[in-house]
Design a protein around this ligand. Structure first.
Ligand code: ZN
Length: 163
C-alpha cells in the first residue's frame, strides 16, 4: 500500500480489526521508509449485492433502510429504542447473508426480521406480521395474536413494583 506521506510502497500491518458487523476491515499500517502510520479500510465490493425477489418475481437490491423503515412502523409508540431496531436488523441480516449470497425472497427477510422482533416486543411483532406476512385469512392472524397474548406475561406483574 502506497504511503500517503512519502509515497513509498513498503509497509507493515500493525493492527487489523473489523467493524460494521464484519463488512469493513480497518488496518493500521506503518511505512517502513518514513516510519509514519496510516489507516486503510477494506470493504466488500458493492457489485456483489444481494437481490431481493419480490412476490411478483421482480428483483430489487437488498436495502437495509427498508427493513429499518418497516421496523419503525411496527414499533411506533412502542418502548423499542432506535438502537434496538438496529440490533434487530443486524441479527436478521446475519441469518440472511449467511443463508443467501445472490438472491433472497422478500418473505425470508420478513420471517428473519419477525423472529428477532418477537423477542423484543410482542405487540410490534404482531403489527409487523400483520403487515408483512401473507396471512391466508383473518383467522390465521387471530390465532397468531391469541397465541402471543397467552405467551405474554400479565401486565399487572410487570408494573407491580413501578408505583
Ligand atoms: Zn512513508
Amino acid at each position: 500500500m502506497k504511503c500517503p506521506f512519502c509515497k513509498e510502497d513498503q509497509d507493515r500491518v500493525i493492527d487489523s480489526r473489523s467493524s460494521d458487523n464484519g463488512r469493513v476491515i480497518r488496518r493500521r499500517r506503518q511505512c517502513l521508509v518514513c516510519k509514519r502510520r496510516f489507516t486503510t479500510y477494506e470493504k466488500v465490493n458493492e457489485d456483489f449485492r444481494l437481490f431481493v425477489v419480490k412476490k411478483d418475481n421482480s428483483r430489487v437490491p437488498y436495502d437495509r433502510e427498508k427493513v429499518i423503515n418497516g421496523l419503525e412502523k411496527a414499533c411506533y409508540k412502542r418502548p423499542v429504542s432506535a438502537e434496538q431496531l438496529q440490533q434487530i436488523a443486524d441479527k436478521a441480516e446475519e441469518t440472511i447473508f449467511r443463508s443467501f449470497d445472490k438472491e433472497v425472497s422478500s418473505s425470508f427477510i420478513g420471517e428473519s426480521v419477525m423472529k428477532q422482533l418477537r423477542r423484543v416486543d410482542k405487540v410490534a411483532y404482531i403489527r409487523f406480521a400483520s403487515i408483512y406476512r401473507d396471512f391466508r385469512d383473518a383467522g390465521e392472524l387471530i390465532q397468531e395474536v391469541s397465541r402471543e397474548i397467552k405467551e405474554t406475561e400479565p401486565i399487572t406483574q410487570l408494573t407491580l413494583f413501578e408505583e
